[in-house]
Design a binder for this molecule. Sequence first.
Ligand code: SF4
Ligand code: MG
Length: 329
Amino acid sequence: MLLQVRGLHVNLPDQGERLHAVRGIDLDVAEGETLCLVGESGCGKSMTALALMQLLPRGAQLRSDRLHLGETDLSALPERKLSQLRGRRMSMIFQEPMTALNPVFTIGDQLRTVYRRHTGASAREAQARAIEMLESVGLTNASLRLGQYPHQLSGGLRQRVLIAMALMCEPEMLICDEPTTALDVTTQAQILRILKDAQTARKMGMVFITHDLGVVARVADRVAVMYAGRIVEQGDRASVLRTPAHPYTKGLIASVPRPEGAQPGTRRLASIPGNVPAFHREDARCPFLSRCPARMDVCGAVPPPLRQVPTGQVVSCHLSLDLLEPVPA
Ligand code: SF4
Ligand code: MG
């Protein structure tokens, strides 16, 4: 397994308390595979991504039973080794490219620096590599672009530059946190294609974070549905999207607007009532309890078991296996 995560927890300082943002999750990503991490905002997706990169904000605490990239135990590496690994074996692409690019340096400075820092290449080699990578993500006039500053490029071009930067050193693993959310539909489709092509060419593993099920349908091999810091359902794309089992996944999929039948103004009616709860203490009860239309007495008393349903995915829920609907009285 390329990336193997067991029992990952993250907690953060929150007004004198600790916010338990990621509450014991397990993930596996194989070579060449894309795992989509889906869920509403505030579910802990970005914190999971930052934890994988070991780039958590100040004051955050991370613990895990296992956090391995190939043979490397990421949790045991000192910061110096981690910073050698980031950008080389494992890279990340963020939602807002402006925050990830430095506004005071040219595109060329930034690309060359990444490459030289990790490979010790000469300036000339780094320049050639930067041009090659910009071309590979579909930028025309690559050598001209290298002299430009981030603000001189559109959002879509900046995102391409970030992809080029993330791929400069041929990482084994790419973490993408909502990389297309800020882009228009056409640009989004182009970026998804570039990422998929880059992945196929390199057999790179990807963790792809999104709240957009249309994007999931296009890029995922497997899907992990996250809710309030937990993974509530995990399985291959077809079974999760076509035969969702967990009540939260069902709600998410039911809330996708369907163009044929949708009336203006009906989008909100279909969304799941309530908000994602925040947890400050260890709490083993079902995280979806407060919003679940199918909840039973047991859900508030006993942690939901992890089970495999007949369509293949693993679900954390008390509902009976045959239906994963309440058993009719
Ligand atoms: Fe709903 Fe209970 Fe299943 Fe949680 S465990 S999703 S509350 S039925
Ligand atoms: Mg996020």
